[in-house]
Design a protein around this ligand. Structure first.
Ligand code: GRG
Length: 310
């Protein structure tokens, strides 16, 4: 990961001062670096040790960072990684454009890796992520959203990059199709579990630990699983309150809604759904990867993605 950080620092540079300033601002704030870790762990688990793994790990982190810059503009978020968001500091236009810089820099780096399969995986993944965000936009303020449609959005907007990161480790190692798919399955399930917990933490998390504001989803009228499950289980009057909050984005109702999602067991049920996905991720690799330190770390990531507070 230290090598990945070196590549990240090296490839961030631009002759345009504002790009340097904003990209260092967001990348320097840290982040958990889960996606690059997946690239490294899968390539290690499958015996690939070439330097391309560091380049690909940095590439997925750049794509992730570009999506964060764009997402914080779309969501009008004020806090990210424990700091004011780039949009709050530098404005929406600068954030979107520096996101474009990082995204296109990632594609320059991919070309330098010179493998068509890598290019295909990442071109497809970024396209699906964008589709996921547009689908989510269409679902805003819709209290009648089906759970299956919510799950499709999180598979697209979040799980797809986890899937691509895991798959790339397998591609680098020259894995056969079945093995590549097992790695991709792990990434997809882990990413789904990760987003389910993200949506849970937006209700029960702590802003200072999370590094971003809780309650943002309600403010935006985003129908996430805690609300969808609470509506299935609540009384008529409680359901009415949640419906209204989704339709109008009533952030001030957060304490009341929080009480309902807790009492109805919707938070526990969301955690259980995340746990089921994490179990799927574990199973996807247990029978496919030989026992190794890297496989242990991948299994450990499943547990840590569920029991996290940031
Ligand atoms: C530029 C390809 C491209 C698309 C733009 C806005 C957008 C379309 C996509 C946004 C997708 C998005 C932000 C999904 C949420 C993913 C998520 C759970 C982010 C938080 O990830 P962490 O917790 O963040 O890994 P850190 O800060 O730890 O890196």
């Amino acid at each position: 990961m230290l090598r990945v950080d070196e590549v990240i620092r090296d490839r961030l540079s631009s002759r345009v001062a504002l790009i340097d300033q904003i990209s260092h601002y967001i990348v320097g704030a840290g982040g958990k670096r889960i996606r690059p870790r997946l690239v490294l762990l899968f390539s290690e688990a499958l015996g690939f040790e070439g330097p391309e793994r560091y380049e690909l790990a940095a590439i997925v982190e750049f794509i992730h960072t570009a999506t964060l810059l764009h997402d914080d503009v779309v969501d009008e978020s004020a806090l990210r990684r424990g700091r004011a968001t780039a949009n709050a500091m530098f404005g929406n236009a600068a954030s979107v454009l520096v996101g474009d810089f990082l995204y296109s820099r990632a594609f320059q780096m991919m070309v330098s890796v010179n493998r068509m399969h890598v290019l295909q995986v990442l071109a497809d993944a970024t396209n699906v992520i964008a589709e996921g965000e547009v689908l989510q936009l269409m679902n805003m303020h819709d209290p009648d959203l089906a759970v299956a449609d919510y799950l499709q959005v999180i598979r697209f907007k979040t799980a797809k990059l986890f899937e691509a990161s895991a798959r790339l480790g397998a591609v680098l190692a020259g894995a056969d199709v079945a093995l590549e798919e097992a790695c991709a399955d792990y990434g997809r399930s882990l990413g789904t579990a990760f987003q389910l917990v993200d949506d849970l933490l937006d209700y029960e998390g702590n802003s200072s630990e999370l590094g971003k504001n809780v309650g943002d989803d309600l403010r935006e009228g985003k129908p996430t699983l805690p609300l969808l499950l609470a509506m299935e289980r609540a009384s008529d009057s409680e359901r009415g309150l949640i419906r209204q909050a989704i339709e109008h984005g009533e952030e001030e109702k957060l304490p009341q809604i929080l009480a309902i999602v807790r009492q109805t067991g919707a938070l526990d049920a969301t955690r259980q759904a995340a746990q089921a996905e994490a179990d799927k991720a574990r199973k996807a690799i247990l029978s496919h990867l030989p026992a190794s330190r890297a496989r242990e770390a991948l299994l450990d990531l499943c547990a840590r993605s569920i029991h996290r507070s940031s």
